[in-house]
Write a new protein. Structure first.
Length: 309
Protein backbone atom coordinates (compact mmCIF):
# COMPACT_ATOMS: atom_id res chain seq x y z
CA UNK A 1 0.00 0.00 0.00
CA UNK A 2 1.33 3.46 -0.83
CA UNK A 3 1.73 6.23 1.75
CA UNK A 4 -0.42 9.41 1.79
CA UNK A 5 2.68 11.64 1.73
CA UNK A 6 6.39 11.35 0.98
CA UNK A 7 8.80 10.35 3.74
CA UNK A 8 11.21 13.11 2.70
CA UNK A 9 11.33 16.87 2.10
CA UNK A 10 13.93 16.57 -0.69
CA UNK A 11 14.54 14.20 -3.59
CA UNK A 12 18.31 13.72 -3.40
CA UNK A 13 18.46 10.16 -4.67
CA UNK A 14 16.43 6.95 -4.95
CA UNK A 15 18.67 5.48 -2.24
CA UNK A 16 17.04 7.81 0.30
CA UNK A 17 13.35 7.16 -0.49
CA UNK A 18 11.12 4.19 0.27
CA UNK A 19 9.19 1.74 -1.89
CA UNK A 20 6.02 3.41 -0.58
CA UNK A 21 7.33 6.83 -1.74
CA UNK A 22 7.91 5.40 -5.23
CA UNK A 23 4.40 3.91 -5.36
CA UNK A 24 2.87 7.21 -4.22
CA UNK A 25 4.82 9.08 -6.94
CA UNK A 26 3.55 6.59 -9.57
CA UNK A 27 -0.09 6.86 -8.45
CA UNK A 28 0.14 10.67 -8.44
CA UNK A 29 1.82 10.61 -11.87
CA UNK A 30 -1.03 8.45 -13.24
CA UNK A 31 -3.40 11.33 -12.38
CA UNK A 32 -1.11 13.99 -13.85
CA UNK A 33 -0.66 11.95 -17.06
CA UNK A 34 -4.41 12.14 -17.50
CA UNK A 35 -4.26 15.93 -16.86
CA UNK A 36 -1.55 16.59 -19.49
CA UNK A 37 -3.54 14.72 -22.12
CA UNK A 38 -6.56 17.01 -21.62
CA UNK A 39 -7.16 19.97 -23.98
CA UNK A 40 -6.49 22.28 -20.99
CA UNK A 41 -3.28 20.90 -19.50
CA UNK A 42 -2.81 23.30 -16.59
CA UNK A 43 -3.89 22.88 -12.95
CA UNK A 44 -3.53 25.49 -10.15
CA UNK A 45 -1.83 23.11 -7.66
CA UNK A 46 1.42 25.11 -7.23
CA UNK A 47 0.08 28.63 -7.62
CA UNK A 48 2.15 30.89 -5.29
CA UNK A 49 5.09 28.43 -5.34
CA UNK A 50 8.34 29.71 -6.91
CA UNK A 51 10.77 27.18 -8.33
CA UNK A 52 14.35 27.81 -9.48
CA UNK A 53 15.87 25.46 -12.06
CA UNK A 54 19.64 25.64 -11.53
CA UNK A 55 21.57 23.87 -14.27
CA UNK A 56 25.35 23.81 -13.83
CA UNK A 57 25.64 21.14 -16.55
CA UNK A 58 24.09 20.71 -20.02
CA UNK A 59 20.60 19.26 -20.36
CA UNK A 60 17.83 19.07 -22.95
CA UNK A 61 15.19 16.62 -21.70
CA UNK A 62 15.43 17.11 -17.93
CA UNK A 63 15.45 20.90 -18.03
CA UNK A 64 12.55 21.25 -20.49
CA UNK A 65 10.59 18.51 -18.73
CA UNK A 66 10.93 20.18 -15.29
CA UNK A 67 10.01 23.59 -16.70
CA UNK A 68 6.93 22.17 -18.43
CA UNK A 69 5.94 20.24 -15.29
CA UNK A 70 6.27 23.41 -13.18
CA UNK A 71 4.26 25.50 -15.64
CA UNK A 72 1.53 22.84 -15.93
CA UNK A 73 1.22 23.09 -12.12
CA UNK A 74 0.99 26.93 -12.34
CA UNK A 75 4.24 27.53 -10.40
CA UNK A 76 6.36 30.65 -10.97
CA UNK A 77 9.59 29.51 -12.64
CA UNK A 78 13.09 31.00 -12.82
CA UNK A 79 15.79 29.39 -14.93
CA UNK A 80 19.50 29.64 -14.22
CA UNK A 81 22.27 28.38 -16.45
CA UNK A 82 25.82 28.37 -15.04
CA UNK A 83 27.35 29.14 -18.43
CA UNK A 84 25.72 32.60 -18.51
CA UNK A 85 25.90 33.40 -14.76
CA UNK A 86 28.26 34.97 -12.22
CA UNK A 87 29.62 31.47 -11.44
CA UNK A 88 31.93 32.35 -14.35
CA UNK A 89 33.23 35.26 -12.17
CA UNK A 90 34.11 32.92 -9.28
CA UNK A 91 30.93 32.92 -7.16
CA UNK A 92 30.53 29.79 -5.00
CA UNK A 93 27.60 27.37 -5.22
CA UNK A 94 26.30 28.39 -1.79
CA UNK A 95 26.55 32.12 -2.50
CA UNK A 96 24.81 31.65 -5.86
CA UNK A 97 21.96 29.69 -4.31
CA UNK A 98 21.59 31.98 -1.28
CA UNK A 99 21.29 34.97 -3.61
CA UNK A 100 18.58 33.20 -5.58
CA UNK A 101 16.77 32.13 -2.40
CA UNK A 102 16.78 35.67 -1.03
CA UNK A 103 14.42 36.40 -3.92
CA UNK A 104 11.92 34.08 -2.09
CA UNK A 105 12.32 30.82 -3.98
CA UNK A 106 10.52 27.80 -2.45
CA UNK A 107 11.97 24.87 -4.40
CA UNK A 108 15.25 24.25 -6.20
CA UNK A 109 15.80 21.79 -9.05
CA UNK A 110 19.53 21.33 -9.50
CA UNK A 111 21.85 19.59 -11.95
CA UNK A 112 25.52 19.76 -11.01
CA UNK A 113 28.69 17.94 -12.12
CA UNK A 114 29.78 17.28 -8.50
CA UNK A 115 28.32 14.18 -6.80
CA UNK A 116 26.63 15.26 -3.56
CA UNK A 117 26.08 18.93 -4.56
CA UNK A 118 22.26 18.73 -4.01
CA UNK A 119 22.80 17.02 -0.61
CA UNK A 120 25.25 19.79 0.36
CA UNK A 121 22.63 22.42 -0.51
CA UNK A 122 19.94 20.59 1.44
CA UNK A 123 22.09 20.92 4.57
CA UNK A 124 22.40 24.69 4.16
CA UNK A 125 19.12 26.03 2.83
CA UNK A 126 15.47 25.72 3.69
CA UNK A 127 13.95 25.18 0.20
CA UNK A 128 13.00 21.71 -1.10
CA UNK A 129 15.85 20.37 -3.27
CA UNK A 130 15.35 18.06 -6.24
CA UNK A 131 18.41 16.39 -7.71
CA UNK A 132 18.25 16.61 -11.52
CA UNK A 133 21.54 14.68 -11.86
CA UNK A 134 24.73 15.05 -9.77
CA UNK A 135 27.89 13.88 -11.52
CA UNK A 136 28.18 10.10 -11.61
CA UNK A 137 26.06 9.74 -8.45
CA UNK A 138 22.25 9.74 -9.02
CA UNK A 139 19.56 10.93 -11.44
CA UNK A 140 16.46 10.05 -9.42
CA UNK A 141 13.76 11.60 -11.63
CA UNK A 142 15.13 9.70 -14.65
CA UNK A 143 14.93 6.40 -12.74
CA UNK A 144 11.38 7.17 -11.60
CA UNK A 145 10.20 7.99 -15.13
CA UNK A 146 11.99 4.87 -16.43
CA UNK A 147 10.32 2.60 -13.87
CA UNK A 148 6.95 4.33 -14.44
CA UNK A 149 7.32 3.64 -18.19
CA UNK A 150 8.27 -0.02 -17.51
CA UNK A 151 5.22 -0.37 -15.24
CA UNK A 152 2.98 0.90 -18.09
CA UNK A 153 4.38 -1.85 -20.34
CA UNK A 154 4.64 -4.75 -17.87
CA UNK A 155 2.44 -3.95 -14.86
CA UNK A 156 3.90 -4.66 -11.40
CA UNK A 157 7.70 -4.84 -11.76
CA UNK A 158 8.15 -7.50 -9.04
CA UNK A 159 10.07 -10.41 -10.60
CA UNK A 160 10.39 -8.69 -13.99
CA UNK A 161 13.76 -9.00 -15.71
CA UNK A 162 15.41 -5.65 -16.47
CA UNK A 163 18.82 -5.31 -18.11
CA UNK A 164 20.87 -2.11 -18.17
CA UNK A 165 23.47 -2.00 -20.94
CA UNK A 166 26.56 0.13 -21.49
CA UNK A 167 28.70 2.49 -19.46
CA UNK A 168 27.53 1.49 -15.97
CA UNK A 169 30.70 2.88 -14.35
CA UNK A 170 30.02 6.52 -15.21
CA UNK A 171 26.22 6.44 -15.23
CA UNK A 172 24.06 8.15 -12.59
CA UNK A 173 21.04 6.78 -14.51
CA UNK A 174 22.28 3.22 -13.96
CA UNK A 175 22.75 3.68 -10.21
CA UNK A 176 19.36 5.33 -9.68
CA UNK A 177 17.68 2.69 -11.87
CA UNK A 178 19.28 -0.10 -9.84
CA UNK A 179 18.10 1.38 -6.51
CA UNK A 180 14.58 1.97 -7.88
CA UNK A 181 14.13 -1.40 -9.61
CA UNK A 182 15.49 -3.37 -6.64
CA UNK A 183 13.10 -1.52 -4.28
CA UNK A 184 10.25 -2.53 -6.60
CA UNK A 185 11.34 -6.20 -6.56
CA UNK A 186 12.66 -6.49 -10.15
CA UNK A 187 15.58 -8.72 -11.16
CA UNK A 188 18.36 -6.54 -12.56
CA UNK A 189 21.34 -7.42 -14.77
CA UNK A 190 24.01 -4.94 -15.84
CA UNK A 191 25.81 -5.73 -19.09
CA UNK A 192 28.79 -4.08 -20.77
CA UNK A 193 32.56 -4.36 -21.21
CA UNK A 194 34.33 -5.36 -17.93
CA UNK A 195 36.13 -1.99 -17.83
CA UNK A 196 32.79 -0.11 -17.74
CA UNK A 197 31.21 -2.16 -14.93
CA UNK A 198 32.16 -1.25 -11.32
CA UNK A 199 34.05 -4.11 -9.62
CA UNK A 200 31.75 -4.55 -6.61
CA UNK A 201 28.40 -3.75 -8.22
CA UNK A 202 27.12 -7.23 -7.27
CA UNK A 203 26.84 -5.92 -3.69
CA UNK A 204 23.79 -3.94 -4.87
CA UNK A 205 22.03 -7.23 -5.65
CA UNK A 206 22.41 -7.13 -9.44
CA UNK A 207 23.70 -9.78 -11.87
CA UNK A 208 26.67 -8.94 -14.08
CA UNK A 209 26.99 -10.05 -17.71
CA UNK A 210 29.51 -9.32 -20.43
CA UNK A 211 27.42 -10.97 -23.16
CA UNK A 212 24.97 -8.74 -25.04
CA UNK A 213 22.99 -11.44 -26.88
CA UNK A 214 22.55 -13.70 -23.83
CA UNK A 215 21.37 -10.75 -21.73
CA UNK A 216 18.93 -9.54 -24.39
CA UNK A 217 17.56 -13.10 -24.55
CA UNK A 218 17.09 -13.05 -20.73
CA UNK A 219 15.41 -9.68 -20.20
CA UNK A 220 11.90 -8.24 -20.54
CA UNK A 221 13.28 -4.69 -20.80
CA UNK A 222 16.59 -3.47 -22.23
CA UNK A 223 17.57 -0.03 -20.93
CA UNK A 224 20.46 1.05 -23.16
CA UNK A 225 22.88 3.75 -22.00
CA UNK A 226 25.35 5.81 -23.97
CA UNK A 227 29.13 5.79 -23.50
CA UNK A 228 29.84 8.88 -21.39
CA UNK A 229 33.04 10.04 -23.07
CA UNK A 230 32.84 13.40 -21.25
CA UNK A 231 33.32 11.60 -17.91
CA UNK A 232 36.17 9.33 -19.03
CA UNK A 233 39.63 10.61 -18.14
CA UNK A 234 41.34 7.46 -19.50
CA UNK A 235 40.49 5.08 -22.33
CA UNK A 236 38.12 2.32 -21.10
CA UNK A 237 37.45 0.77 -24.53
CA UNK A 238 39.78 0.26 -27.50
CA UNK A 239 37.47 2.19 -29.87
CA UNK A 240 33.85 3.22 -30.36
CA UNK A 241 33.77 1.00 -33.43
CA UNK A 242 34.73 -2.06 -31.37
CA UNK A 243 32.21 -1.13 -28.66
CA UNK A 244 29.45 -1.00 -31.29
CA UNK A 245 30.53 -4.38 -32.67
CA UNK A 246 30.22 -6.10 -29.26
CA UNK A 247 27.62 -4.01 -27.38
CA UNK A 248 25.65 -2.10 -30.03
CA UNK A 249 21.98 -3.15 -30.20
CA UNK A 250 20.81 -3.47 -33.81
CA UNK A 251 17.70 -4.78 -35.60
CA UNK A 252 19.37 -7.94 -36.91
CA UNK A 253 20.26 -8.92 -33.34
CA UNK A 254 16.77 -8.15 -32.01
CA UNK A 255 15.11 -10.11 -34.85
CA UNK A 256 17.34 -13.12 -34.08
CA UNK A 257 15.94 -13.22 -30.51
CA UNK A 258 12.42 -13.84 -31.83
CA UNK A 259 10.80 -12.48 -28.64
CA UNK A 260 8.91 -9.50 -27.27
CA UNK A 261 11.26 -6.96 -25.71
CA UNK A 262 10.90 -3.35 -24.55
CA UNK A 263 13.74 -1.05 -25.65
CA UNK A 264 14.48 2.04 -23.56
CA UNK A 265 17.12 4.77 -23.56
CA UNK A 266 17.31 7.82 -21.26
CA UNK A 267 18.84 9.97 -24.04
CA UNK A 268 20.75 11.58 -25.50
CA UNK A 269 21.08 8.75 -28.04
CA UNK A 270 24.23 8.19 -30.03
CA UNK A 271 22.62 6.60 -33.09
CA UNK A 272 24.80 3.94 -34.64
CA UNK A 273 26.92 3.53 -31.48
CA UNK A 274 25.00 1.87 -28.59
CA UNK A 275 21.73 1.66 -30.55
CA UNK A 276 21.01 1.59 -34.27
CA UNK A 277 18.40 3.91 -35.77
CA UNK A 278 16.18 1.01 -36.82
CA UNK A 279 16.00 -0.14 -33.16
CA UNK A 280 15.57 3.37 -31.68
CA UNK A 281 12.66 3.99 -34.06
CA UNK A 282 11.23 0.43 -33.97
CA UNK A 283 7.95 -0.83 -32.51
CA UNK A 284 9.97 -2.20 -29.55
CA UNK A 285 11.16 1.27 -28.56
CA UNK A 286 9.38 3.40 -25.92
CA UNK A 287 12.05 6.12 -25.89
CA UNK A 288 9.65 8.98 -26.66
CA UNK A 289 7.04 7.60 -24.22
CA UNK A 290 9.75 7.88 -21.54
CA UNK A 291 10.11 11.57 -22.37
CA UNK A 292 6.32 12.08 -22.29
CA UNK A 293 6.08 10.28 -18.93
CA UNK A 294 8.89 12.47 -17.57
CA UNK A 295 6.57 15.47 -17.40
CA UNK A 296 3.85 13.60 -15.46
CA UNK A 297 6.37 12.00 -13.08
CA UNK A 298 8.08 15.36 -12.40
CA UNK A 299 4.69 17.01 -11.83
CA UNK A 300 3.99 14.31 -9.23
CA UNK A 301 7.35 14.84 -7.49
CA UNK A 302 6.98 18.65 -7.39
CA UNK A 303 3.39 18.40 -6.15
CA UNK A 304 4.21 15.88 -3.40
CA UNK A 305 7.34 17.72 -2.21
CA UNK A 306 5.40 21.01 -2.11
CA UNK A 307 3.07 19.24 0.32
CA UNK A 308 6.05 18.80 2.69
CA UNK A 309 6.79 22.53 2.89
N1 LIG B 1 18.17 11.89 -19.80
C1 LIG B 1 18.71 13.09 -19.52
O1 LIG B 1 19.06 13.40 -18.37
O2 LIG B 1 18.83 13.92 -20.60
P1 LIG B 1 19.39 15.41 -20.54
O3 LIG B 1 20.84 15.34 -20.19
O4 LIG B 1 19.14 15.97 -21.92
O5 LIG B 1 18.61 16.15 -19.49
Amino acid sequence: MSASQLSTKHLLGIKYITKEDIQLIFETADNFKEVINRPIKKVPSLRDVTIANLFFENSTRTRISFELAEKRLSADVVNFSASSSSVKKGETLLDTVNNILSMKVDMVVMRHPAPGAPAFLAQHIDANIINAGDGTHEHPTQALLDAFSMREQLGDLKGKKIAIFGDILHSRVALSNIFCLKKLGAEVTVCGPPTLIPKHIGALGVNVSYNLKETLQWCDVANILRIQLERQDIKYIPSIREYTQYFGVNKRLLDSLNKKIVIMHPGPINRGVEISSDVADSEHSIILQQVENGVAVRMAILFLLAGKR
